[in-house]
Design a protein around this ligand. Structure first.
Ligand code: AMP
Length: 214
């Protein structure tokens, strides 16, 4: 099963992907995580994309397509595509690559949100640099302040693009460039909607039910 999670920034794609990895043994392919790793490592790609990401704009299709191509060459199913594809061009290339590998996208879930809640989710979001676990400063803080519940690391940080200004750009990018993908996948008969309002567990249950029904 190959699954795409669509949804605006803050809709919970990363959090829900991690739950699917844990519960269903799927492999999360997050282009955002891959790019952040490149920035942290100071690689050529990292240097190219750091400012673009911080501003909340999309990086070029060729950069993310190459990252995905490399991962798909190692394995060809059981993926959760989290934050990819984000443009019609990326979706087209992904289709071609999966077809070449004799596989395909089985389902696309769009996480639907209340836009007013997104800013609050984003500006309060912190992540663990060591294991990727995610928290919210007020709604879901780690049990011990500054310490990751999952791995015990003290490297909790806020993403540079998790501020109100970058968020507005990210939202605009989403509606202009990524939202057309819902039409693309609807036409392909693959699109399902899941509400991303409520607790993380409730949303995970809804996603699980949708996957099992598909
Ligand atoms: P995310 O972690 O998915 O929110 O992505 C963080 C940032 O990485 C985005 O705001 C973009 O700058 C960049 N990015 C991640 N995935 C893509 C993609 N598929 N296409 C273009 N830019 C991307």
């Amino acid at each position: 099963m190959n699954l795409i999670l669509l949804g605006p920034p803050g809709s919970g794609k990363g959090t829900q992907s991690k739950i699917l990895v844990k519960n269903r043994g799927m492999v999360q392919l997050s282009t955002g995580d891959m790019l952040r790793e490149a920035v942290k490592a100071g690689s050529n790609i990292g240097k190219k994309v750091a400012g673009i990401m911080e501003a909340g704009e999309l990086v070029t299709d060729d950069i993310v397509n190459a990252l995905i191509e490399e991962r798909l060459s190692k394995k060809n199913s059981g993926f959760i595509f989290d934050g990819y594809p984000r443009t019609l061009n990326q979706a087209d290339l992904l289709d071609k690559q999966l077809t070449n590998a004799n596989t395909r996208i089985d389902m696309v879930i769009e996480l639907t949100v209340d836009i007013d809640q997104l800013i609050d989710r984003i500006v309060g979001r912190i992540s663990c640099a060591n294991c990727g676990a995610m928290y919210h400063i007020t709604h879901q803080p780690p049990k011990k302040e500054g310490v990751c519940d999952a791995c015990g690391s003290t490297e909790l940080y806020q993403r540079k693009d998790d501020n109100e200004e970058s968020f507005r750009t990210r939202l605009l990018e989403y509606y202009q460039k990524t939202a057309p993908l819902t039409g693309y996948y609807h036409r392909a008969g693959l699109l399902q909607y899941v509400s991303s309002i409520g607790s993380i567990e409730d949303i995970a249950t809804r996603i699980g039910t949708t996957l099992d029904a598909g």
